[in-house]
Design a protein around this ligand. Structure first.
Ligand SMILES: [Zn+2]
Length: 156
């Protein structure tokens, strides 16, 4: 089973993702509740804490503050889906490659490991046959299937 890459390593090793993550994300679907959820896993294999916020900048500041200590994190979008970063290679646009064993979660806005759960911390008891995002619990089936990049991760 693939060990999920930590946000810290992702930002350090994947320059394309780092730049994409640093750019303030724009929400175009409006709801009455806060659109952003900061997920923080303080320790490896520990529980994921979460806090909701109205602004991406606030969530981003939360990430920056916790980056040295927290085991893993995500700035999750509660309703609006985001595509992976796009790169241009030899004049062609393609999705940025993911680390091995990871898939893009359109809500966690990062590569995550999808696994089978009986009980998922974020949503409770679930169908154990379905693959779900480790962080937010969304079903893999419910997400857009992006073509695998021909490039290996991280793209340079
Ligand atoms: Zn997710």
């Amino acid at each position: 089973m693939t060990k999920q890459i930590r946000l810290r390593s992702l930002l350090k090793q994947d320059e394309i993702y780092r730049q994409w993550f640093m750019k303030p994300a724009v929400i175009t679907i409006f709801h009455s509740s806060a659109p952003w959820r900061l997920y923080v896993q303080a320790e490896e294999s520990g529980p994921w804490a979460r806090g909701d916020t109205r602004s991406y900048a606030k969530a981003y500041t939360g990430v920056k503050l916790r980056l040295p200590d927290a085991h893993d994190m995500a700035i999750h979008s509660k309703a609006q889906r985001f595509r992976p970063p796009v790169i241009k290679v030899a004049g062609r646009r393609m999705y940025s490659p993911m680390p091995e064993g990871h898939d893009w979660c359109e809500l966690c806005r990062r590569p995550t490991v999808f696994k089978r759960f009986r009980k998922h911390a974020a949503i409770g008891f679930v169908d154990p046959e379905e693959l779900r995002c480790t962080i937010c619990g969304i079903r893999k089936e419910a997400l857009t299937k992006y073509p695998r990049s021909a490039m290996s991760w991280p793209a340079k």
